[in-house]
Design a binder for this molecule. Structure first.
Ligand code: AMP
Ligand code: ZN
Length: 469
């Protein structure tokens, strides 16, 4: 069975095949870098990572581009509040995003273009739209896209624009629009923009948000590419507007598959900065949950289902990750380096079958846990051979190339702390129990447990996450 993905554009699952038969070109909408991203944002970024990892599992090469939105109203307001320049503020939060992404084992995109490095590309695209009469200039020097000029406007989101235009309010700075639904491609400079401005053929100002994704996706992936993804909140108007801009400029398809992931909720409401109901990765790590458990929670439900952030779900995710990691340790004890070899076990077929069905990861995980249970029983009764253990590790690692939660979370420790672990080992051999306990207590106070195994001491996080949310 080939991979089927639910395409928002057609509203149904479709068989996936890359346009050029070998490299899958993916664009996803990235973070707006005005604050530390919350784990709701990471549900979306992890979804993009899952798509990409699974396509690689199937043997495709992937070229992934994700934009960094480093200019918009929220960013300008934040620069004022924090008394920082645009680049100071956005560099700080871009670094925060990348640090959290790496801790969740997100394989960073091949290209992470920032909007402010591509203003000329956006201006070129806007010029083409004006030349082809899809866009117009207003008296204040702003440029708007004329949605009435694109007959397919609304197709992605199934929105009836004639209904919308009668209810939509016109904001103060957007007088002059021919239709209240027309959206800004270029925004003329205003007092509150301060020093944040770029020159353009229409005077100083800055680009609208939508044009950045059209300009940067087509620059790096070509005028037609395979997959565009984002959270469901981006279907309208952002992705609808991207289609309008790109198709009108090039007369080409633009994107073959549109994939959208559902939201992460807190008590039934979307996690968002504006509702103040958000948690960051650091918030959850400080409460004792591991990055792998957070990753598992955010990726192990079907991407088109909503997920509620609850303590119960976090604990279940921690337990699932522990089961995976304990299983791998048990296999490692039995395997030797020469017994490691690739094997095509039925569990891999079942994993592939479930994932090929629009990335049905919940079902795929169920099959993998059935297999783990069966193998654990064999280990318990000393029936698992070295050869089997070696090939099973390879199978588990193949699955982990997609889910990325099995290889241990390695706690970050300093060089002095690494020396302390060796010192404790020595103290134990010399039966200096008070020093050994002192070192154990030091690590406990930092939230780690030292576990003595026949293969040496392992440092583990001491909690499965027990603090209240
Ligand atoms: P932003 O940084 O606000 O531009 O959003 C970055 C990405 O996070 C977008 O793809 C959004 O759709 C996504 N997103 C924002 N909030 C949530 C949420 N609660 N659950 C899932 N995805 C979200
Ligand atoms: Zn976008």
């Amino acid at each position: 069975m080939s991979l089927k993905l639910f395409n928002t554009l057609s509203g149904k699952p479709e068989s996936f095949k890359p346009l050029d038969d070998k490299t899958v070109r993916i664009y996803s909408c990235g973070p707006t870098v005005y604050d530390v991203p919350h784990i709701g944002n990471f549900r979306a970024f992890l979804f993009f990572d899952l798509v990409k990892r699974y396509l690689r599992f199937l043997g495709y090469e992937v070229n992934h581009v994700m934009n960094i939105t480093d200019i918009d109203d929220k960013i300008i307001a934040r620069c004022g509040e924090e008394g920082k320049s645009l680049s100071e503020l956005t560099n700080e939060y871009r670094a925060a995003f990348e640090k959290d992404a790496v801790s969740l084992r997100i394989d960073l995109p091949d290209t992470l273009p920032a909007a402010t490095d591509h203003i000329d590309d956006m201006i070129d695209l806007i010029k083409q739209l004006i030349d082809k009469d899809y866009a117009y200039l207003t008296d204040d020097g702003s440029v708007f896209f004329k949605i009435g000029s694109f007959p397919n406007y609304g197709r992605l989101s199934n929105i009836d624009t004639s209904q919308l235009s009668s209810t939509e309010r016109v904001t103060d700075d957007e007088y002059g629009k021919e239709n209240p639904q027309d959206f800004a491609l270029w925004k003329a400079w205003k007092e509150e923009d301060g020093e944040i401005e770029w020159e353009s053929p229409w005077g100083r100002g800055r680009p609208g948000w939508h044009i950045e994704c059209s300009a940067m996706s087509m620059k790096y992936l070509g005028e037609e590419f395979d997959i565009h993804c984002g959270g469901v909140d981006l279907i309208f108007p952002h992705h609808e507007n991207e289609i309008a801009q790109s198709v009108c400029a090039t007369d080409k398809l633009f994107v073959n598959f549109w994939l959208h992931c559902e939201h992460l909720l807190v008590n039934g409401a979307k996690m968002s900065k504006s509702l103040q109901n958000f948690y960051t990765i650091t918030d959850l790590i400080n409460r004792g949950y591991t990055a792998s458990a957070i990753r598992y929670l955010l990726t192990s439900s079907h991407y088109r289902h909503k997920v509620d952030l609850t303590e119960e779900h976090l604990l279940a995710a921690s337990q699932a990750v522990n089961r995976f990691q304990d299983f791998r340790r048990r296999l490692e004890k039995l395997a030797t380096s020469s017994s490691r070899h690739e094997a095509d076990l039925p569990v891999l077929d079942e994993f592939r079958k479930a994932m090929n069905n629009d990335l049905n990861i919940a079902k795929a995980m169920g099959k993998v846990f059935d297999w783990i249970r069966e193998v654990n029983r064999k280990i318990d009764s000393n029936e698992l051979t070295t050869e089997e253990a070696g090939s099973f590790i390879e199978v588990l690692d193949k699955i982990d190339s997609v889910i990325a939660v099995v290889s241990d979370d390695k706690p970050e420790i300093t060089d002095e702390e690494a020396t302390m672990i060796d010192e404790r080992e020595k103290a134990r051999q010399e039966k200096n129990w008070s020093r050994a306990d002192e070192i154990r207590d030091y690590f406990r106070s930092r939230g780690f447990e030292l576990e003595d195994t026949p293969d040496g001491t392992i440092l583990k996080r001491s909690k499965e996450g027990s603090d209240k949310l």
